[in-house]
Design a binder for this molecule. Structure first.
Ligand code: PGA
Ligand code: ZN
Length: 426
């Protein structure tokens, strides 16, 4: 049973405060979890509670959420069985009492939910992936490595938020990390040669002063080749345009490029990119509230590549169910803090899998050294993780955790080749 819960304010990778929660059990087992934070958030995400006190951390403090954990939540949860994760999470949701988790904050709920799972795993003397996934959990995810940053994650003019590489031809997770790192360093050299800065954005990818997707993609394809790999065979490309961020008044406004595209023109532009470059997956290709656009892009590209919904689903099972019915994409991004509890995130992944959709476990642009999502990807066997570039410890911590898991699994470990056409449903 849970005997003690506490929490504190720590810093995330952008220097903003976030919640860290601790859970202790009667046998002395202990779990701790730090909560991530997004920048290009979906409108229907669970609410991250911020203090709004301009005198402290420019209003971004989380002392209220911390206070709720130490007070109300501790009162309600101490004495509960940490192994009953669904029961615990349901109690947290009920205590909050709002649909969007805005009373206690999704950051307060999630910290406790994840810390409890870790404490329960410790009580079983199991690593988290094995505790949650059982003895069959052995699939290492294909990483989506974000090596060029734009949009809200960088101050450059690139309209699209993320250009990622995916080691679809790797045979182990260790190989995948090496391939990604080699391309990352090769890309750095190429950017320098071309006179670009090599400063990095929020997720550790380069943020060069490029304007168009084509310019960024040319650099990425070139770097893959120069690193000794075959674009499209060894490494595929994934783009997250994060299209909600530049959809205004019914049109896609590419401010960096200086072009406005209608929904049809925007989808046509994406299709041209898919034709011209080895793109295996697009995330948020259209805006969260552009339902016609989701239908159009799924009709146009859903049979060829993975189309992952992030903002449109906010990791919430009911929204994913609607998307499955309406045929909006064929895959869902799962960010634990978009829903607020571990159980709900697991339910979302299960619903996607049951419909033949893929699920991608994901970080946020604001992260910490916490590596829970690495274990979650292995536990669910979802086969894909999106956790940033090959630089910055908040990102590499997850890769390093997966390297350790692969070593622990030894010959039982398998590597997912990611979004192959046969895994993708039109
Ligand atoms: P966020 O962005 O964490 O800033 O919301 C990540 C994404 O859009 O995938
Ligand atoms: Zn996204």
């Amino acid at each position: 049973a849970i005997t003690r819960i506490t929490a504190r304010q720590v810093l995330d990778s952008r220097g903003n405060p976030t919640v860290e929660a601790d859970v202790e059990l009667a046998d002395g087992s202990f779990g701790s979890a730090a909560v991530p934070s997004g920048a290009s958030t979906g409108a229907r995400e669970a609410v991250e509670l911020r203090d709004g006190d301009p005198e402290r951390y420019l209003g971004r403090g989380v002392l209220r959420a911390v206070g709720y954990i130490r007070g109300e939540i501790a009162d309600a949860v101490v004495g509960r069985d940490a192994e009953d994760q669904p029961g615990l999470d349901a109690a947290l949701v009920e205590l909050d009492g709002t649909a969007d988790r805005s009373r206690l904050g999704a950051n307060a709920l999630l910290g406790v939910s994840l810390a409890a799972a870790k404490a329960a795993a410790a009580a079983h003397r199991l690593p988290l992936y094995a505790y949650l996934g059982g003895p069959g959990a052995r699939l290492l995810p294909m990483p989506m490595m974000n090596i060029v940053n734009g949009g809200r994650h960088a101050d450059n003019p690139l309209d699209f938020q993320e250009f990622m590489i995916a080691p679809i031809g790797a045979s182990t997770f260790g190989d995948a990390v090496r391939m990604g790192a080699e391309v990352f360093h090769t890309l750095r050299g190429r950017l320098l040669d071309a006179g670009h800065g090599t400063g990095v954005g929020d997720e550790g990818g380069f943020a060069p002063e490029l304007r168009t997707a084509e310019e960024a993609l040319d650099f990425v394809v070139d770097a893959i080749g120069r690193a000794g790999y075959r674009p499209g065979t060894d490494l595929g490309i994934i783009i997250d345009p994060a299209a909600s961020e530049f959809f205004r008044d019914g049109a896609y406004r590419y401010d960096g490029e200086g072009v406005v595209r209608t929904v049809e023109e925007h989808v046509e532009h994406l299709a041209k990119l898919v034709d011209a470059y080895p793109i295996v997956s697009l995330e948020d290709p259209v805006a969260e509230d552009d339902r016609a656009g989701w239908r159009l892009v799924t009709d146009r590209l859903g049979g060829r590549i993975q189309l992952t919904g992030d903002d449109v689903y906010c990791s919430r099972e009911p929204l994913v169910r609607e998307g499955i019915r309406e045929r909006w994409g064929n895959s869902v991004l799962v960010k634990v803090n978009q829903v607020g509890t571990l159980t709900e995130a697991l339910d979302t992944i299960e619903a996607a899998h049951r419909a033949g959709w893929t699920a991608v476990v994901s970080h946020r642009s604001g992260e910490t050294e916490d590596t829970t999502i690495a274990d979650l990807a292995v536990a669910t066997g979802c086969g894909q993780i999106k956790t940033g570039s090959l630089s910055r410890s908040d990102r590499t911590a997850k890769y390093n955790r997966l390297l350790r898991i692969e070593e622990q699994l030894g010959s039982r470990a398998r590597y997912s080749a990611g979004p192959r056409p046969d895994q993708v449903q039109a």
